[in-house]
Design a protein around this ligand. Structure first.
Ligand code: F1P
Length: 354
């Protein structure tokens, strides 16, 4: 794969992620913003992460990370649910809302921020990759990750960088400071291996043709499955679904055949149970991709393609690096279908409503 061969902004941004993560981590450390936010949110007892599209799946990853790292209840909602069913959310002053938006301009996210802040007096924290945005005007505080902004329509490094930033905030609140060092080491290691990873996925795409895609994960990796599914649909106009791995047995597996590409995001905690589903789908004739940190013999036997990332860190630190293979799968599938991932069909970079 020659990066210039594609000349794509989206591919450049995907490949830039390890370097951008290091920039964002350094920026957060230097600014001491996380310590300030931790001090200002001591009284908040429940965290609500809110976004749209990719930013909603980012919210899901952040909420699962928050519960485990900060030790507080957390959940994720699409902004539309806050707007249409705010009463079921039972907003209160002990809540902390986190509004996630790469552009800081998405109408539903802005309206959710305004409703929570001005009607329910819920404190609001924004996180965005742009400067001087309406979101920043509406929120009490805003984390800006300018190095993670993108030219491309689809979100790639903005997704992974904002995941890292919110995980870093959770770790700061929970005293899990070793996570920040793990994220830095992982970024440095992936910087040296991402080109080879991209070549392996480009070669896999060149050798195969699929009718549909499935992405499977448990725990925080389910959020990755949802984002991965959206990426391949946005970039390559392919039909894709995402499920909790073990849920896939309960009906959806009916679709599995030789033209079904199933990607498994394997967790440490659920490796045994998830590997059994992987083996079953391989036996049904599906083409299987395993994204994991260390592959067991059972995983190797049941996988058409094993992406063993081999990164140094705890399971939660794998959320940002594990999405990279799915971004690359979406990109190279689009190129193979003679589509332009930089200008996806039917889509706009920001959804602005009247
Ligand atoms: C949210 C979003 C993206 C999607 C597309 C339209 O944007 O739904 O997730 O890929 O770009 O907008 P934002 O609120 O994060 O800027």
């Amino acid at each position: 794969m020659n990066q210039n061969e594609h000349g794509s902004a989206t591919l450049k941004e995907i490949l830039s992620q390890p370097a951008v993560w290091l920039e964002c981590i350094a920026q957060l450390r230097k600014s001491r913003l996380l310590d300030e936010i931790r001090g200002q949110t001591q009284q908040q007892t429940e965290w609500i992460f809110i976004g749209c599209g990719t930013s909603y799946y980012l919210a899901e990853a952040a909420a699962l990370s928050w519960t485990r790292l900060a030790g507080q209840p957390a959940r994720a909602l699409p902004a539309s649910e806050v707007l249409l069913f705010a009463d079921t959310l039972r907003p209160n002053r002990q809540m902390q809302a986190v509004l996630i938006s790469r552009s800081g301009q998405t109408s539903e996210a802005l309206r959710a921020a305004q409703l929570l802040s001005q009607t329910y007096f819920v404190p609001t924290l924004g996180i965005t990759c742009a400067a001087n945005t309406p979101l920043e005007q509406l929120c009490d505080r805003t984390i800006q990750l300018l190095p993670a902004d993108e030219r491309s329509m689809v979100m790639t490094r903005s997704f992974s960088s904002m995941v890292l930033a919110l995980q870093s905030l959770a770790a700061c609140k929970g005293g899990e400071i070793q996570l920040l060092d793990a994220l830095r080491r992982i970024s440095e290691q992936l910087a040296g291996s991402i080109a080879a990873l991209a070549q392996g996925i480009e070669d896999f795409v060149a050798r195969n043709r699929f009718a549909d895609y499935v992405f499977l994960g448990q725990g925080p990796f389910f959020a990755l499955s949802r984002e991965a599914s959206l990426k391949i649909t946005e970039m390559s106009c392919s039909y894709s679904q995402a499920y909790h791995t073990l849920e896939f047995r309960h009906g959806p597996k009916a679709i599995v055949g030789p033209e079904t590409c199933l990607t498994f995001f394997l967790s440490d905690a659920g490796m045994q149970a998830e590997s059994e589903v992987l083996s079953e789908m391989n036996e049904l004739g599906g083409v299987t991709i395993a994204v994991c940190n260390e592959a067991s013999p059972a995983v190797r036997r049941a996988s058409t393609l094993v992406l063993e990332m081999g990164l140094p860190g705890p399971e939660l630190a794998m959320l940002a690096p594990f999405i990279v293979p799915a971004q690359l799968l979406g990109f190279f599938t689009a190129v193979k279908k003679a589509l332009n991932p930089d200008e996806p069909k039917n889509l706009s970079r920001v959804v602005i409503l009247d």
